[in-house]
Design a protein around this ligand. Sequence first.
Ligand code: LIP
Length: 255
Amino acid sequence: MGDILNKIIVLIKECGELIVNADRNDIDIENKDGIGNYVTNYDTLIQEKIKAGLARIMPEAAFMGEEGDDNNISNKEYLFVVDPIDGTANFARDLKLSAISIGLLKNGKPFLGVCYLPYVNELYTAIKDEGAYLNGKKIHVSNKLLKDGIVYSGCAPYYEDLRSRSLSLLQSFASNAADFRRAGSAVIELCNIAAGRAEVYFELKIQPWDFCGASIIVLEAGGTLTTIDGNEIDYLHPSSVLASNGMEDYNKYIV
Ligand code: LIP
């Protein structure tokens, strides 16, 4: 699996170059369903490049991507789950807070993850039972308690029905934490948990491509990952996510 990982790294870094060097005058932004739900020509271009590359690297695996064009997902042992640009709204506004995520599920569970943050040249990788790495250096979640910690949280603007509870949860966590943040990219937020830079991330609904790649990185970095209710995540469907450094029972902050 190491050879496959190395080939995915080459592919994801090539795609990162497309993001960093994007011609801002050449970005077509289309609205998807709901408020603030965008797709750009770069999302589509990068997904097509990744899908074709993964088909060469591991032809026996199925493919699921944010921009559709999934292939034969059912009853395949291996499934790639890909977000070509996580933080699309950030990319569209040139906020330089976006990531590319390639996750590989084995029998529906996280097995391999490669997440690349091109604007800061940070490459996160993990293979099950082999640890988590940032630019080749092993990483581990922090040992901070929430009172000294940072909470990441988000709620996509197009999930209007979830906004009120999301803010109530943020109030509950943030009033017991040192501070809170919102990156607008679940991948960036989850990778920061794995790198020990923040302690908790939660979101009431995100898509498999938002969390499949970074999930194995959090887990291999010694973090915890459940639904907001503390249950096991279904990696093939939209889900709530509560990720943490595991230093407390964070369920006591769930309102
Ligand atoms: C993003 C997620 C993020 C969420 C944003 C957006 P996208 O994914 O990663 O957690 O809060 O609203 O949905 O759409 O940029 O790939």
